[in-house]
Design a protein around this ligand. Structure first.
Ligand SMILES: [Ca+2]
Ligand SMILES: [Ca+2]
Length: 458
């Protein structure tokens, strides 16, 4: 009896030891994985503009190789029309971020080599100052001597914009309600609203004869499989310029021909000339590509939800993460397979033309490279010179796996993104065969230049 008992104890102890070892190893792996995914690193320096044929500074003060007097005309001639899947928002002026008087906040990090350690957060400026004072020269980095040792600190900035997100479901947000309230309680006639449709414009060069225009769109939020406040999206248009004199920039002349368009969404882009194009509303001039803005997506993502776990009895859940505000830009409506995700977990997106806004109904804001911007003249654009994140720093309501991939963060402003100045860090999208595009019937009063062919993939 005694012998049996000790054997039992002995095997029991062995089993417990093995189990403890397994749990410990699993914990170590989980911790290392978590550290790997959540490590903060400094962002690499953004690509700067290369101008193949610089112009005299008197006619090109912002040094982008395009005569200043024709920049707005060119921007207006080629800016896109837009079709939206979600009807409750459109791209707006970035000042919307401060509509509810949110201050500017700074997050201070200690930098050691390529690693950042978050130290603290502080309020830097009130919202009134943000629109009237030049704050572009706030520190991005500084060095301090503490006890004779040199330390480098990095500063990231952000502001908490209107509304929040309250859960995984597509209706679990107050972002859209805040937008509606700030637009005066109605979303009819967008161009008459306090925050009318707005596009940001930036010129870049592909070659001495090919001028690129980036059109950037600032949305108040991204509500889809991942959720974050603020969203910067864009397209590129490549124009061939004809002629040797400066007249090639004159928007009144037919010296600029669109060659190709690049549509960016999630982890991919599509380069194509198979697009919809329209004239100005009066039918005389203009060449406006139509951007279809995505889209409806839904996904079951296993999640560790500590918040619900407190009220419940088990911390795991498989909620449906869904929404129709991804902000992705597409050349045609339909549904697109494999638009982004992790490995075999690729999401699909449905792109529907539910609300249309003609190119002529957008306000345009020109952005040069930050080092050539006159921020005394445009103090409300000061964020262009800083590592500024355009929304509340993070959105707690996201699946844990998305938070590890930092898909819950507010977006970095365009001039510090790697795809500024026409670069692309993502591969071209190729899942045409798995997708299904549909025909779009434009409004009768829109003057058509070209209709896309949903069967022709290029
Ligand atoms: Ca210029
Ligand atoms: Ca907010």
């Amino acid at each position: 009896m005694k012998w049996k008992f000790s054997l039992f104890r002995w095997t029991n102890r062995k089993f417990l030891l093995r189990a403890a070892f397994l749990v410990f190893s699993f914990g170590v792996l989980l911790f290392l994985g978590y550290r790997f995914f959540t490590l903060e690193r400094p962002i690499p320096p953004p690509p700067r503009l290369l101008v193949p044929r610089p112009l005299p500074v008197e006619i090109d003060r912002n040094r982008n190789g395009v005569p200043d007097k024709w920049e707005l005309g060119l921007s207006k001639k080629f800016n896109p029309c837009m079709a939206f899947t979600g009807k409750k928002i459109w791209p707006i002026d970035h000042n919307y971020l401060w509509a509810n008087n949110s201050p500017l906040k700074a997050r201070i990090y200690l930098q050691k080599g390529n690693h950042l350690t978050f130290l603290r957060e502080k309020t830097v400026l009130s919202s009134q100052d943000l629109l009237t004072r030049n704050w572009s020269n706030l520190p991005r980095r500084y060095v301090k001597r503490i006890n004779g040792k040199k330390y480098t600190f990095l500063v990231r900035y952000y502001s908490d914009g209107p509304g929040e997100n309250l859960g995984p479901g597509k209706d679990r947000m107050s972002w859209d309600k805040a937008f509606l309230a700030l637009q005066g309680g109605t979303l009819k006639n967008p161009s008459q609203r306090p925050y009318p449709p707005t596009q940001y414009v930036h010129f870049f060069w592909k070659s001495p004869d090919i001028l690129g225009i980036q059109y950037w769109f600032y949305y108040p939020f991204n509500k889809c499989i991942n959720n974050h406040e603020g969203d910067w999206e864009h397209i590129n248009i490549l124009l061939r310029l004809k002629g040797k004199t400066l007249e090639k920039f004159n928007p009144q002349k037919n010296h600029q021909t669109p060659l190709r368009y690049q549509f960016f969404f999630h982890h991919y882009y599509i380069e194509t000339s198979n697009v919809y194009r329209f004239r100005d509303k009066n039918g005389v001039r203009g060449d406006h590509v139509l951007v279809f803005v995505g889209g409806y997506s839904s996904f079951l993502i296993p999640d560790i939800q500590w918040k619900t776990a407190l009220g419940g009895w088990f911390p795991f859940a498989v909620p449906r993460w869904e929404g129709e505000y991804s902000g992705g830009s597409y050349p045609q409506p339909g549904w697109y397979a494999n638009v982004g995700g992790f490995g075999p977990l690729q999401a699909r997106e449905e792109v529907l033309p539910r609300r249309l806004i003609h190119a002529n109904d957008f306000r345009l804001v020109l952005l040069a490279d930050p080092e050539h911007m006159d921020f005394d003249r445009y103090p409300h654009l000061s964020w262009l010179n800083l590592e500024f994140y355009s929304g509340n720093w993070s959105c707690d309501w996201n699946a844990q796996i998305i938070k590890w991939a930092k898909g819950h963060r507010a977006p970095l402003q365009p001039a510090f993104k790697p795809n500024w100045n026409g670069n692309s860090i993502f591969p071209p999208w190729k899942a045409w065969q798995k997708s299904k595009l549909s025909i779009f019937h434009p409004p009768a009063h829109w003057k058509v230049i070209q209709k896309a062919d949903p069967k022709l993939f290029r």
